[in-house]
Design a protein around this ligand. Structure first.
Ligand SMILES: Cc1cc2nc3c(=O)[nH]c(=O)nc-3n(C[C@H](O)[C@H](O)[C@H](O)COP(=O)(O)OP(=O)(O)OC[C@H]3O[C@@H](n4cnc5c(N)ncnc54)[C@H](O)[C@@H]3O)c2cc1C
Length: 256
């Protein structure tokens, strides 16, 4: 039995998704609770120190790849590092090596979907956001799904000016009565939540970005220091196709 990953072992949840996010959101919850308890037996104000919080987050994520690799080896599973591409019905190429097997389990996860708007390459991904050493002052999230909402609340509580832009209803797959309450609360925190608004282009101007928006036929430009892709993810299958050019996908960290 063998496992292949082009990124460090651990997958999205443990390294680039749920787990690191929960560490950061935990700190945001704590500051929020402390603010709500001020004058009710709690004095002073809890504040997020972003660099310290990122260091703390890394104490959870950094040990994962080596521990996972060791666990695979211990269980008798061979580990391969690199982009896996099918070169035959029973043949997989990994970094020049060909692996043969009767059965393959494809568990390639998801990646941010392409938006096909000008300047799309200026968007950073959720993975980039979770690695920020410094939190920019003005952050815009394109897409109003759960990743944008969680990151927006976190960034706001860490002191950033935050805008969330969704082209339809926010959190459209969630229970809408609860979503309406969350939307009200989101705005009460000072997050600029825009619904029925389409992001149509991004331009870099000096060290900041201009995000072009269209809502009800009107066009507007929003300036931000960072624009985060929160507009949905699609199955990450292209890389498995031997005809697909590998240069289109460059992993953010090499696997070990
Ligand atoms: C920011 C964020 C927050 C999230 N928060 C939550 C949460 O709170 N709760 C929750 O339940 N879910 C959450 N999720 C979703 C969760 O992370 C995913 O559902 C889960 O990781 C999917 O697991 P998987 O094994 O299918 O894929 P993944 O964990 O993505 O693993 C797929 C692996 O395949 C590798 N790979 C892909 N193609 C190839 C190839 N051709 N060759 C070699 N390797 C390849 C990738 O590098 C990756 O490591 C979150 C996701 C994100 C992005």
């Amino acid at each position: 039995m063998a496992i292949v990953d082009e990124l460090p072992y651990g997958g999205t949840c443990a390294l680039r998704g749920c787990d690191p996010k929960k560490v950061l959101v935990g700190a945001a919850e704590l500051t929020d609770w402390s603010r709500r308890m001020r004058g009710r037996g709690i004095a002073g104000e809890a504040e997020i120190s972003w660099p310290d919080l990122m260091r703390f987050k890394r104490t959870f994520t950094d040990p994962v790849p080596a521990a996972r690799k060791q666990a695979f080896t211990h269980a008798g599973i061979a580990t391969y590092c690199g982009l896996a591409r099918f070169v035959g019905a029973e043949r997989l190429s990994v970094d020049g090596q060909v692996l043969e097997a009767r059965h393959f389990v494809i568990a390639a996860g998801a990646k941010p979907r392409r938006l096909d708007i000008p300047g799309e390459d200026h968007l950073v991904t959720s993975t980039d956001f979770l690695e920020l050493d410094r939190l920019p002052e003005r952050i815009a999230f394109v897409g109003a799904g759960y990743i944008s909402f969680e990151f927006a609340h976190l960034a706001r509580r860490a002191g950033a000016e935050v805008t969330v832009v969704g082209r339809g209803k926010p959190l459209e797959h969630f229970e809408q009565d609860l979503v309406a309450r969350l939307a009200d609360h989101t705005r009460s925190l000072g997050i600029d939540l825009r619904v029925d608004t389409e992001a149509t282009g991004i331009e870099k101007r000096g060290s900041s970005y201009q995000l072009r928006l269209t809502a009800q036929g009107r066009t507007e430009t929003l300036e931000a220091d960072l624009i985060v892709h929160g507009a949905g993810r699609t199955p990450n299958l292209e890389g498995l196709n031997s005809a697909w050019r590998t240069s289109r996908q460059s992993p953010t960290a090499a696997c070990g």
